[in-house]
Design a protein around this ligand. Sequence first.
Ligand code: IMP
Length: 428
Amino acid sequence: MNLCVLGAQWGDEGKGKIVDLLTPRFTIVARYQGGHNAGHTVYVGGRKFVLHLIPSGILHDGIVCVIGNGVVVDPHALFAEMDELHALGIDTRGRLLVSDRAHLILPYHRELDILAEARRGERKIGTTSRGIGPAYEDKIGRRGIRVGDLADTSDEGPLAHAVRENVAARNRLVGNTDLHADELLADLRGLWPRLQPLVADVSVCLHRAVSAGQRVLFEGAQGTLLDIDHGTYPFVTSSNATAGGAATGLGIGPRTIGAVLGVAKAYTTRVGEGPLPTELTGALGDRLRETGQEFGASTGRPRRCGWYDAVAVRYAARVNGLDALALTKLDVLDGLPELQVCTAYRCRGAVVTEMPGDTAQFAECEPVYETLPGWRQPTRGITAFGDLPREAQAYIARLEAASGVPAAVVSTGSERDHTIIKDARLLG
Ligand code: IMP
C-alpha cells in the first residue's frame, strides 16, 4: 500500500525521522509541496542529516527520491543539498528526480519575501525568508517559471520573455537597486546542464512504478495547521501540506494513496507567528524547548512550545483522513510530574470541540485541559510499548482517544531505532 506521511500539527513534528524509518518498505519517496523552508532532521548512527528539499528517503541506498510539481525549487539550494549529501558519502546520482512542472524560486522571490514581511510590521507571518510565498504567488498568478522552461535557450523565447517581464515587475517593487534580466537569464542557463539530468515527468514515472507494483511513500512538509487552505490563515505557508496536496503535487489520482499517517509530537510546537492555544510561555515552555531541542532546523529560531492539542490533531485527522498517528518525542516529557492534554476550547463564552475557521476567534480560544500523571523513569530509546512506564502508556492511550486516531508508531528518541512500532498493520 502507498502511504502518505504528513504533519498533523504546525510542522516540525519529526516527519524526517518517520519517513527515514519507513523508507525500507518502499521503492520511491516523493515530496509533494513546500520548498527549502522545510528542515527534516534525521539521525543515523550518531550522525545528523538535515534535509530541506530532498526527500528524507535519500539516506537509504537505492531508494528513488522524487520532487513533485507541487514543490517550489530553488536550484542553488537543491545543488547545495546534493553537494552536502555527497560530502557525507550519500550518492544521489541516478535516483533523484525533479518534476519538469515544479516552479522555481528565483533570487527576487527571497527579496520580495523579506520586503513583504517588513511591510507587514507587527502583522508579519514570521516566514522562513526563503521566497516560498512569492514563488507560489507567481505560480498562481500564471507568470511563474518552471523547471522545464530552462530548456529554452533562445534569446527571444518564452523563458527570456518571462524573465524580462518578472524582473521588470521586481524592479518596480524593490527600490534603490535594479536587477538585470540578462544576468539572471545567464545564471539560469548556467544551472540547466546540472539540472537537466534530474528532470522528469514525475506523474508518468509514478504511474508506471505503481502499475508495476512498486510502493511509494508520499512525503509532506510543514503541517496541517500551516496548510494554505486548512491552516490558521494567514499565518500559514503557501502550499497544501494536507493529504490532498499529494495528489495535485505529484500528478497522481487520490486513490493511489492507500493510507495516511499523521505525525504529531507528544506535545505541541510552532515556529513563526499566529495563534497557539496551548502555548506555555514560562519555565515549562523553556523546559520543553531545551529538552526537546526545539530550535528551527532551517532558521535556528526558537520554537514556541505547549501542551498536546487534541482539538488540532482531531482536525488534522478529519481534513487528511488520517488512518494512524506517529507520536514523536515522548521522551521529552520524561520527569514532568503531570501533563495536560487540551480536549476542547473555551471561546466567547462557549466550550467548542472544533477549531474555528476565523483566526481572530481562534486566537481568543483558551484550552480546556485534562490533567494526567507524568512518569519518573526515562523512556528514551525504549522499543517495546509494554516497556514504557504505566503512566506513559496511559498518556498515549489518552492522546489516541482524544485525537480519534490510533498510534501506529511511538518515537522515544532521535535515532532510527529509538522507536516503538505499536501497530504495524496500520502502516499498510
Ligand atoms: P514560509 O513557508 O517561509 O512562507 O513561512 C510561513 C509560515 O510557515 C511561518 O510561520 C514559518 O515559520 C512556517 N514554516 C515554514 N516551513 C516550516 C517548517 O518546515 N516547519 C515549521 N514551520 C514552518
